[in-house]
Design a protein around this ligand. Structure first.
Ligand SMILES: Cc1cc2nc3c(=O)[nH]c(=O)nc-3n(C[C@H](O)[C@H](O)[C@H](O)COP(=O)(O)OP(=O)(O)OC[C@H]3O[C@@H](n4cnc5c(N)ncnc54)[C@H](O)[C@@H]3O)c2cc1C
Length: 385
């Protein structure tokens, strides 16, 4: 685990990198639904996007604590981390559940930036949060699986070479437990598109490159099965804590971005012959948001340290994600209010970040599902679904 000084060095280096991609860069991409190809390449070549890949496979071999610092700084700079964050945690499913052949085949190329693993295919239109009811089926035929079904909201697939996909290899009704009979696959996106996979972009509120996917007997080599057949739910579940901690770190970065902007503007904007920040009606909400983001940041730190120590951290990862996503949203709202009408001008950038940070109360998991996890698994109350 890195020392506080080493973490500060990571933060400083990420800040310097992000400073080369100012807010105008992100605004221009947002206007045209563009993808930050140069930014992602530089984040990869500088080793920041690959911090979690072990040194033996060409990465930096650092932990979630360091990865969280990277993602927080990316978001604090005004960037939109949603363009690239998935590579950090999707890679973990290959690392933890892949065969040695799969690790050797994919991880060094991901670390070198030759392969992009940015896509994660779980959500389906008819079943949503109820993951184990998903309907996409994979049936074995010889040395291939044939996959048919549909996914929705699958982000970055058009900017990804590989996708980790969850499908059923056994119908839910035929299993003893609903979490059985699901299998995870590594899909070569470029080979699949037009050969059983159709990709349709979704026009959405933020520039997240999310798509609908249609599978019609897509042939995936059997060697691309990730982990054991029928045990794919665990492959996905194991990556979720890292994902939640990293998303929470992004929200802390967003929250700090909003507080930096709001407090700076409150000091300089003069109305009724005094800075608006002199009015407690403006100052106190910003101060409250600061306190909330600081508290969420402590929870992110705790969850990340537990994850890196190999301790069970489902509760902490979920709590961090919920508190940070709520704190960043409130900070965004207060930042909007502080800027008055100018908050609506795109050149102030706040409205873009405000839209972007809203996502994290819904995806990758919504707040109600986190509350249900805490109620049931931490507090032992009755299961509600
Ligand atoms: C921009 C964007 C990017 C995304 N990227 C990806 C991606 O890359 N890969 C991927 O697989 N998915 C992705 N998703 C999907 C995302 O994970 C889901 O939208 C999210 O998990 C919620 O599922 P749903 O939209 O089907 O909502 P639903 O499951 O339909 O839920 C709707 C609402 O009802 C609530 N609800 C449902 N059941 C209960 C219950 N029992 N008790 C209380 N409340 C309940 C939910 O909390 C939610 O607020 C993305 C979504 C968005 C918007």
């Amino acid at each position: 685990m890195s020392s506080p000084n080493e973490i500060d060095e990571i933060r400083n280096s990420v800040r310097q990198l992000c400073a080369r991609y100012g807010e105008e860069y992100w605004l221009a991409l947002d206007r045209h639904n563009g993808y930050p190809t140069e930014f992602v390449k530089e984040l990869t070549s500088s080793g920041f996007l690959t911090v979690l890949i072990p040194e033996a496979y060409g990465g930096s071999g650092l932990g979630v604590l360091e990865a969280a610092a990277v993602m927080e700084e990316v978001c604090r700079s005004g960037a939109h981390a949603g363009a690239c964050h998935a590579q950090m945690y999707v890679m973990g499913s290959i690392l933890r559940h892949g065969s040695e052949e799969q690790k050797k085949k994919y991880l060094p190329k991901i670390a070198a930036g030759e392969l992009r693993l940015q896509s994660f295919g779980v959500t389906e239109p008819t079943t949503g949060t109820d993951t184990t009811s998903l309907k996409t089926m994979a049936r074995r035929e010889g040395d291939h699986y044939l996959i048919s079904g549909q996914k929705v909201w699958i982000s970055r697939i058009q900017h990804s070479d590989l996708m980790v996909l969850l499908a059923r290899t056994q119908a839910k009704e035929e299993t003893k437990k609903k979490t059985e009979g699901l299998s995870a696959f590594i899909v070569d996106v470029k080979a699949a598109e037009g050969n059983g996979l159709e990709i349709r972009p979704i026009e959405s509120m933020i520039n997240h490159h999310s798509c609908e996917l249609f599978f019609d007997d897509l042939a995936v080599p059997a060697e691309n099965l990730l982990g054991e057949e029928g045990k794919g739910f665990k492959v996905i579940l194991d990556g979720m804590n890292a994902e939640r901690i990293l998303i929470a770190a992004e929200c802390v970065g967003d929250g700090r971005y909003f507080i930096d902007k709001a407090s700076a503007y409150a000091k300089e904007r003069v109305v009724f012959d005094r800075p608006i920040g002199q009015n407690q009606g403006i100052q106190f909400p910003i101060a409250r948001c600061y306190a909330e983001v600081e508290a969420a940041s402590l929870m992110v730190d705790k969850a990340a340290r537990m994850f890196d120590a190999g301790a069970p951290c489902g509760a902490e990862a979920n709590i961090a994600k919920m508190l940070a996503s709520e704190a960043s949203w409130r900070a965004g709202d207060v930042c909007m209010q502080t800027h008055g009408g100018f908050a609506f001008a795109k050149e102030y950038h706040i409205e873009r970040k405000f839209r972007e940070t809203r996502l994290y109360q819904i995806a990758p998991i919504s707040t109600n599902l986190i509350l249900s996890f805490i109620g049931e698994h931490v507090l032992g109350m009755p299961r509600s679904f």
